[in-house]
Design a protein around this ligand. Structure first.
Ligand SMILES: Cc1cc2nc3c(=O)[nH]c(=O)nc-3n(C[C@H](O)[C@H](O)[C@H](O)COP(=O)(O)OP(=O)(O)OC[C@H]3O[C@@H](n4cnc5c(N)ncnc54)[C@H](O)[C@@H]3O)c2cc1C
Length: 430
């Protein structure tokens, strides 16, 4: 691949074929003239671990833009409700999402669709594009150029099928997840500001009948020891499939084997009806450490970091990938602006500053509040102390307030075109 300076972007190397890397590739795929996009991934195939399922407004808007929203809405579902409960199942407060359904399938509202399915859909879309190549089994090990202000090209070294190779492009984008090698090569192994939660999380996809207990589409259970979330992840209402994402907190310091051994005991303790293992089927399970961290910069000259590679949050409330997709939407707008000659490279520094600020002001505080709400307060006192739940309770009898809460998803968006050079009467860029 021979990068040139003509349009500023003839080629991009994306490190990581997770949802954010694949989505960025699909955004860039149809620019005209077509840039050459190479996606490098250390794994042999797509990751199928139980991770993101719920996507907020910025993600829905980008899915629509790249043409995959109809399939996501057809195979996923739009939830009807969410609530917070005590361990005995008592409903404390919730939000009714029925109003979303009145708008039909076109609105920007939350949609549920397993991230593994989404990656499959993205990979299929990308396979039909001649200018995109996905190289599985291609592990980035070094950055050879692109970090210096004078560098005209970004180059990564990879280990691929036992060989050492190099890939160069105008930009390298690290979307290689929470343990990002690109981030470690740029900032050092341990330099990822923020903290890790003591509490461990176990995420499962479980077939179980929670409808018999009148459970809503998403249920957050507040308890110092047995806090958890149970959310329906298969289409609803008909045909009703009883597959739920059950993610729960565990005590610190246990090995993965110990966590898995304890799963039946935990389910019996906290799920309604205290089920025995023959009353449910765990389809998929994985333990996670969870973190609140963000890099000091998402751009170092020609090397960029986005999504989990750049910032992490705990999964309660579904802000991780939604925030990552907001990065991708913004980055695409900036790269497209550069492509059309309406912006220069400095727009990428603005992108880094704005996306980090969104993390600092929105993603970090809200996601931190979401997990603390579950384990860090007395369930008997939350309806007197927790402002968020008190607001939800008010919304239950106030349709206007409900509407406001449903429409708050745009806060992660930012329009970078306000920094672009203006075109005169649709002609030359000023
Ligand atoms: C239990 C759980 C539930 C969640 N639920 C939600 C939710 O409902 N909504 C939401 O918005 N978010 C949610 N999240 C967060 C979300 O899953 C992540 O934000 C998202 O998967 C990150 O995607 P990514 O593309 O940035 O990285 P990843 O999906 O981690 O992809 C990174 C890719 O990079 C590759 N890679 C790594 N190192 C290298 C290397 N050196 N060279 C080449 N390739 C490399 C990996 O093989 C991988 O394919 C959840 C997370 C968890 C753990």
């Amino acid at each position: 691949m021979a990068p040139t300076q003509s349009s500023g972007i003839d080629s991009v190397v994306i490190v990581g074929a997770g949802p954010s890397g694949l989505l960025l590739a699909l955004c860039l795929a149809d620019l005209d003239p077509r840039p050459e996009i190479t996606i490098l991934d250390a794994a042999d195939t797509l990751n199928t671990a139980p991770r993101a399922t719920h996507y907020g407004t910025p993600a829905i808007q980008l899915f629509r833009k790249v043409g995959i929203l109809p399939e996501i809405r057809r195979d996923g579902y739009i939830p009807w409700n969410v609530c917070w409960r005590k361990l005995d199942g008592t409903r404390l407060a919730g939000l009714d999402w029925t109003a979303n359904h009145e708008e039909g399938l076109e609105g920007d509202f939350i949609t549920v669709y397993a991230v593994g399915k989404m990656c499959g859909l993205l990979e299929r879309e990308l396979k039909s594009r001649a200018n995109i190549s996905i190289r599985w089994g291609s592990r980035v090990t070094a950055i050879k150029s692109g970090l210096g202000a004078e560098d005209q090209v970004a180059t990564v070294q990879v280990e691929e099928n036992g060989e050492t190779k190099e890939y160069s492009a105008d930009y390298v984008v690290g979307t290689d997840g929470g343990n990002s090698t690109v981030r470690q090569l740029v900032f050092g192994k341990r330099n990822f500001p923020g903290f890790s939660w003591e509490e461990q999380i176990v995420a499962t996809n479980t077939e179980i009948d929670l409808d018999q207990f009148g459970w809503e589409d998403s249920n957050f259970i507040i308890h110092p020891e047995h806090f958890y979330m149970a959310a329906r992840i298969e289409p609803h209402p008909e045909p009703k499939k009883n597959v739920w994402r059950i993610s729960y907190g565990e005590v610190p310091g246990l090995s993965n084997e110990e966590l898995m051994e304890r799963l039946p005991m935990k389910f019996e303790k906290f799920l309604p009806g205290n089920p025995k293992p023959d009353e449910y089927r765990v389809l998929n399970k994985s333990p996670y450490r969870v973190h609140q961290r963000c890099v000091d910069s998402m751009r170092v000259n020609r090397v960029l970091l986005a999504a989990d590679a750049a910032h992490l949050c705990n999964p309660f409330g579904g802000m991780g990938l939604t925030g990552g997709i907001a990065d991708i939407a913004g980055l695409f707008q900036c790269l497209e602006g550069m492509y059309k000659g309406e912006a220069d490279q400095e727009i990428l520094t603005t992108w880094s500053d704005v996306q980090r600020q969104k993390y600092r002001d929105i993603i970090n505080p809200i996601s931190t509040g979401n997990i603390r709400r579950l384990f860090d307060q007395d369930p008997e006192k939350v309806m007197e102390q927790d402002e968020f739940l008190i607001t939800l309770k008010k919304a239950e009898t106030d349709p206007e307030l409900t509407k406001q809460l449903l429409n708050s998803g745009n806060d992660l968006n930012y329009d970078y075109s306000q920094h672009f050079r203006k075109r005169q009467n649709g002609g030359a860029v000023l």
